[in-house]
Design a protein. Structure first.
Length: 247
């Protein structure tokens, strides 16, 4: 049976939501898939798939069952496992794969960035006795809490998986943020270091501007490797890339 022109968007970002809304408005048949990392995500219009696929083989089964003709990987820049599974499944099923991924942030004059390969590496690079603002998400914080010289504030959309240690507090909040509020937060909380991931995008970049203004070091976790594929930086670019294959 031939594949229909049905698009699967591996979602979880604002760009994924905006792309799905735009494609549905154009009349495309779209399924947006959410892995369940965030329990209450902001949903786009169109069909929704919740939960994982069961690895690349499970994704292959889904692609065949739904007769998907195009997959858009619009997951978070740090969702390396899902991107790898999508690449393997699309290669095996001979389905076009493109990626919608916002550009990385770049250090500017006045920034004091400390580069880290991953979370474990980042924990070792935080200056001693820091009071840290942590914006890396709700997972993988155990190693951070194990450093007894550190205290700080964890900001996350949802409650962290690990129990907070003494000297740590939690702020549940959702972007976007602005520079004024970010600087005020850092000043009120007595933050001396920012720990973050190079997620890119405009909704959370204000924390970097605030850290620069306050002269704070930023431990910046680099993006993980993802298999190369056709990649677009913005929703309009992705729509143009998809259009020649439509119909």
């Amino acid at each position: 049976m031939p594949r229909e022109h049905r698009i699967l968007i591996l979602a979880g970002t604002a760009e994924a939501r905006n792309l799905a809304n735009a494609l549905v408005a154009q009349g495309s048949d779209v399924i947006s898939s959410f892995a369940g990392v965030t329990q209450d995500p902001l949903l786009p219009v169109g069909r929704i798939h919740r939960g994982g696929f069961g690895g690349s083989e499970g994704l292959r089964d889904f692609l065949r069952a739904e007769r998907i003709s195009l997959v858009v990987d619009a997951t978070h820049p740090f969702a390396a496992q899902m991107s790898a599974q999508a690449s393997a499944a699309c290669v095996a099923e001979h389905i076009r794969l493109l990626r919608l991924e916002r550009p990385q942030w770049q250090a500017e004059q006045g920034d004091h960035w400390i580069s880290a390969a991953d979370m474990a590496d980042a924990v070792t690079r935080i200056p001693a006795d820091s009071h840290v603002l942590v914006t890396t998400g709700r997972k993988g914080l155990a190693g951070l809490f194990a450093r007894r010289d550190l205290t700080g504030l964890v900001r996350s959309i949802e409650k962290p998986a690990e129990k907070l240690s003494d000297g740590w507090s939690l702020l549940l909040d959702r972007p976007p943020y602005n520079t004024e509020s970010e600087q005020r937060l850092m000043e009120v909380e007595g933050i001396t270091c920012l720990l973050t991931k190079n997620a890119g995008g405009g909704s959370t970049v204000a924390k970097l501007t605030a850290a620069r203004a306050l002269g704070l070091p930023v431990v910046m976790i680099a993006r993980p490797f993802k298999p190369p594929c056709e990649t677009f930086a913005t929703v309009p670019e992705a729509l143009l890339g998809i259009a020649p294959k439509a119909g």
